[in-house]
Each structure stands twice: as C-alpha cells, then as structure tokens.
Design a protein around this ligand. Sequence first.
Ligand code: SF4
Length: 219
Amino acid sequence: MPKESLKNKKNRMEKILKALKTKYPDSKCSLNYESPFQLLVATILSAQCTDERVNKVTKKLFNDFPDVFKMNRLTKEEIGEKIYSTGFYNNKAKSLKNLCKTLIKNYNGKVPTTMEELYKLPGTGRKTANVVLGNAFKIPGMVVDTHVTRIANLLKFVNTKNAVKIEIELEKVVPKQDWTLFSHLLIDHGRAVCIANRPQCLKCMLSENCPSSRRILND
Ligand code: SF4
C-alpha cells in the first residue's frame, strides 16, 4: 500500500469517527469511580484484568476506603487481600500503597493534573495518566490499550506496537476534542466487532475505510 498522506488519513479518520459515534453513542469509560483518586486506583487495578472484575472489587474497596487518606491506613498486605481477585495483587498492592504515600507527601492528597506529574506516580504510566486526564479532568488524553493498538494497526493509521508512537500518530489525525472519546470508541469496537483474531469485517461499518477489511480483500 503506498504511503497515505496526512490529509487523506484525516479525511478517513473523520468518516471512521462519525461511524463509530453513530454505532456507540454512549461510549465512555467502563470503570466505576467517584473521584480522580478512585479512577487512578481502578485504572491501576485494571492491568491484566477485566473492567467488570475491577468494578466488583472497587465497589467494596471504595465504599470502605473512599479516599487516599483512608486507603493509606491499610498496610500493603491488607490492600493485597482486598484486591486479590484482580490478579498480580502483590505488585498492585505495592503500587497502591506507594501511590497513597506519594500523593499525601507530595500533593496534599490530591491527584495532580498534568501528564508530567501523573505518569511518574507509583503504578502509573502514560496510559493510566491519559485515562485520568481525559475522564476525571476532561483534559484530552489518547489512551492506548490493546484494543487501540490492534485496531489502529488494522486501520493502518500506525504500523507499530509502541504505545507512545501510536499515541503521537493518532493525535495527528484525531481532532483534539475527540482524543478521550476515540479511545473509548475503539475499545467498544474491539469488544463488539473488531474482536482479536476474529474481526467481524462482514458486519463492520468501518469496512469501506479499513485497508485490512476482509470484505474488501474478498471482493
Ligand atoms: S473492517 Fe475488519 S479489520 Fe477493519 S476495523 Fe472492521 S472488523 Fe476490524
């Protein structure tokens, strides 16, 4: 496939965004939270775990320990017991304990609002930082998870698995006000239609604008 111009990519993205917004009008973050701190905790717990499972665990966790000061009263071991079923509980408990300590010591218990500060917090990285920026603070953030990585490659907007490079390339073609929503839309599409290893191209509304569409390949 010849190299596609930025202008063409933007045009194609405009059509894809329109189709995705029509198909998934209620697309949003599927983690439950009531504060930036709770979203940060839920996002850390969501590594290698389904959002559904995380929501089950955080329902009780946030009820009993809703803020950083209350959660900080728990030891690492106690946190581990409460989040056990999300997997990798030792690492996650260590991250959450250090997160509480850092937020209290350096930020008076508040979650910072910049990428530079967020991605350096214990247990976080650019992905978690963008989730918090985009959803808790309404500052546009392009979240690159496994669905976004896979579908952005299939749509040929990128040709890499490197999350930072994907973030930079997508930010060039997606309007800034749609960065946060775009990630949610691709995640919804990855769960419903463009499923890993068995994309449903025949019923995909992006087929006409997807260079990887099996429908186009089979025509
Ligand atoms: S056409 Fe197929 S490969 Fe392309 S986005 Fe749709 S399901 Fe995925």
